[in-house]
Design a protein. Structure first.
Length: 116
C-alpha cells in the first residue's frame, strides 16, 4: 500500500485475476486489508480520511472469478467504513462489469477512463 499524489491510500492491482490467478490475488488482498482491519494500530488508516484509490490499469487478465473476488473485497472495505475508488479502469473492464451484472458492486469506479 502506498500513498498517491492526492494523499490518498493507493493500492495497485496487477497480474492474473482469472481462475488460475485468483488464489495469489486473495493473498495480496488479505495483506492490503490487514492494516485497515486493525483500528487499534497506531498507523491504521481511518475511513473517510484515507479512503483507498485502487488502480486496476495493470490487471493483465480477469474473468468472472476475478470480478467476484474484487467485488467481495470492495464490499468488505465498504463494510469497514471506507469509500474505495477504482481508478484507471479500462473500457473492457467497464463493459465486463455491466455484462456480468456487477454494476452495483462496482459503483466506485472513477469517471476517468483507463486504457482499453
Amino acid at each position: 500500500m502506498q500513498e498517491s499524489a492526492s494523499g490518498k491510500m493507493s493500492i495497485k492491482l496487477c497480474g492474473n485475476w482469472s481462475i488460475t490467478g485468483v488464489t495469489d490475488q486473495l493473498r495480496f488482498l488479505k495483506a492490503q486489508l490487514q492494516p485497515m482491519s486493525s483500528p487499534n494500530a497506531a498507523d491504521a488508516p481511518t475511513p473517510g480520511e484515507s479512503d483507498p484509490e485502487i488502480d486496476v490499469q495493470d490487471v493483465e487478465q480477469i474473468d468472472l472469478s476475478g470480478y467476484q473476488l474484487l467485488a467481495i473485497w470492495l464490499r468488505h472495505l465498504k463494510m469497514l467504513g471506507f469509500s474505495p475508488v477504482l481508478v484507471n479502469v479500462p473500457e473492457t473492464f467497464r463493459q465486463d462489469i455491466r455484462f456480468l451484472g456487477f454494476g452495483a458492486e462496482f459503483d466506485c469506479i472513477a469517471n476517468t477512463k483507463g486504457r482499453s
